[in-house]
Design a protein around this ligand. Structure first.
Ligand code: PLP
Length: 358
């Protein structure tokens, strides 16, 4: 990897952090990673105190949305070793998003090395409370200052780390949306790109006004096939053992947790199928009593139980005593993350004490 210039803060904010009360997303650790793409190559690798950016008002990302991100969590074992879960999958997904948005790839080995260095450096920010973690947010955006709808020539890549307390995800209520859509065939639904989330705000606000937590997105042609939830992929369990999750089709974000969940459930003897799944099939299974469980998967909540789905006024209720597959998954993934369950897949990447210059 290129040399990294490291500048340490002289005023750590760590002592002002209340580990028992961390507002999610609002507190960054002391340092961030930054790199610039200029003249066709990545340069200026740097870890430095988190600081404001200075952008020209005609910055392309602000006007036309050329911006992508990733989201993952570093956990910490009982012995205090920070661990990443499948970081190389996040690196390759980041570059897939970049390709779709006409942005340059960031070298995947460097991506993983940078995360290890930064998280190793910031590990005291991971709360010493079981279930806590460090949320990692890589982001890349256009840097050209010139109006005109075209790909930027210059970019900035940043990695922020944010401490997160234990995440007690409560069950969620989903509103199946039959007017607005998240993604269309041939669109950018598979990319973790800024505009997808901006577009989801309004329908999500409407769902919240109706008493729901999130939108369950359906396909844009027939409003029939289930896609996913805001920042989670979705799984349905029939007869307690048959697990179905919508097949990726260009409209669905390829979740790392989704992939991990499919592997773990299959190994535990569940029959897992990736296929088109219509909301009518789900409603019918509910009526005849074969729909036993619904849950979402994603980095933030890991596994979130779904307690209700509203489809055109039909209310589907899921009972807590059938939470078998989701509870199993949650325990397995948490066990891998805190090192209490052996990692037989080679998914966990430990971060040894970094040797840093500077
Ligand atoms: C990030 C994201 C997910 C979950 O992906 P993970 O890699 O499991 O965190 C699912 N859906 C959308 C729309 C997302 O942005």
């Amino acid at each position: 990897m290129k040399d990294i210039k490291i500048t340490r803060t002289k005023n750590s904010r760590l002592s002002s952090l209340d580990f028992n009360n961390i507002p999610f997303g609002k507190v960054t650790s002391d340092h961030m990673f930054s790199a610039d793409f200029v003249n066709g190559e990545w340069t200026n690798y740097e870890i430095k105190p988190v600081e404001n950016l200075s952008l020209h008002p005609s910055n392309l990302a602000l006007h036309y949305g050329q911006s992508i991100f990733e989201g993952m969590k570093a956990s910490i074992t009982k012995d205090g070793v920070p661990m990443l879960l499948r970081p190389e999958m996040h690196a390759s997904r980041f570059n897939a998003s970049a390709a779709r948005m006409c942005m340059p790839a960031f070298p995947e080995d460097d991506f993983v090395e940078v995360l290890k260095l930064l998280v190793g450096m910031e590990k005291d920010w991971i709360p010493p409370v079981t279930g806590s973690a460090m949320y990692i947010r890589p982001i890349m955006f256009a840097k050209d200052a010139a109006l005109g709808v075209k790909p930027s020539d210059t970019y900035q890549f940043l990695v922020l780390t944010l401490p997160v307390g234990p995440y007690y995800s409560r069950p969620v209520k989903l509103f199946a949306e039959t007017h607005y859509v998240r993604a269309v065939k041939g669109g950018v639904g598979e990319a973790k790109t800024a505009g997808n989330y901006a577009a989801s705000l309004y329908p999500t606000r409407k769902a919240i006004e109706k008493g729901y937590d999130q939108v369950l997105w359906l396909d844009s042609e027939e409003f029939k096939y289930i896609h996913e939830v805001g920042t989670m992929n979705i799984f349905f369990v029939f007869n307690e053992n048959e697990v179905v999750t919508p097949a990726v089709n260009g409209c669905i974000l390829k979740g790392v947790t989704r992939n991990t969940s499919i592997h773990l459930l299959r190994e535990a003897g569940y029959k897992v199928t990736e296929r088109d799944l219509s909301i009518h099939e789900v409603a019918e299974a509910y009526d005849n009593g074969t729909l036993t469980e619904v849950f979402g998967t994603g980095t933030a909540a890991l596994v979130a139980h779904v307690e209700e789905i509203n489809y055109k006024g039909k209310r589907i209720f899921l009972s807590k005593d059938k939470w078998g597959a989701s509870e199993y998954l949650r325990n397995q993934i948490n066990g891998l993350r805190d090192g209490t369950i052996e990692d037989s897949h080679g998914w966990m990447v430990p971060i040894k004490e970094p040797v840093l210059a500077g």
